[in-house]
Design a protein around this ligand. Structure first.
Ligand SMILES: CC(C)(COP(=O)(O)OP(=O)(O)OC[C@H]1O[C@@H](n2cnc3c(N)ncnc32)[C@H](O)[C@@H]1OP(=O)(O)O)[C@@H](O)C(=O)NCCC(=O)NCCS
Length: 163
């Protein structure tokens, strides 16, 4: 028993606390903890639900809601009046060299989401541009730029109809 306790102590992990730091928030922004949000900019009247991570440099427009469990990585910009549903995952590293680019930000790619875009639960957004007035279905994987308003579903996401 004593030996086990000794080993356990030697292997203490390094714990990084979740934080909300150095952000530039607009007016009337509501956040439900726990979240990890640092060095981002938001407009007014935004909502960010629990268990989200939003990384450095992300820009979120006015009246945009980010629901729980979403991950928004560096180099993502989201417009006004958007709805990012639960568990939406953004990607900036495509593993183009056959492995993660790691900390080499020059290899990461950006994503731009227009205004009035609603992204369904559990969707994955690769580095793309999405124009205004678009709906992405739940569980979809967006692999290419979307330049025409409409409803897109599936993996890879394809347009099924106009709004
Ligand atoms: C994409 C969406 C808006 C489409 O709704 P709709 O226009 O009413 O579409 P329908 O239900 O008539 O489906 C049309 C076709 O698309 C398919 N489809 C619908 N949603 C899909 C999705 N998320 N992924 C893959 N295919 C989908 C349907 O199976 C149907 O296929 P079929 O023509 O072969 O039968 C809706 O299904 C959706 O995914 N909404 C996201 C809601 C969400 O995540 N809310 C979060 C807050 S709770």
């Amino acid at each position: 028993m004593q030996t086990w306790l000794k080993i356990k102590k030697m292997n203490e992990p390094i714990i990084y606390k979740n934080q909300i730091r150095n952000n530039n928030f607009g007016k009337n922004v509501r956040i439900v903890e726990p979240v990890n949000i640092y060095e981002i900019t938001t407009g007014d009247n935004c909502f960010i639900g629990p268990f989200c991570e939003i990384q450095k440099g992300v820009v979120i427009g006015n009246n945009t809601k980010i629901q729980s469990h979403s991950f928004i990585c560096e180099l993502v910009t989201i417009g006004n009046n958007c709805f990012i549903s639960h568990g939406v995952m953004f990607i900036n590293d495509l593993f183009q060299m056959g492995k993660p680019a790691g900390g080499d930000a020059s290899k990461w790619k950006s994503t731009q989401i227009g205004n009035d875009v609603s992204i369904g639960t559990n969707a994955t957004i690769l580095p793309v541009s999405i124009c205004d007035n678009v709906v992405i279905g739940a569980g979809s994987v967006v692999t290419k730029n979307i330049t025409e308003s409409g409803i897109y579903v599936g993996n890879p996401a394809k347009k099924i109809r106009n709004i």
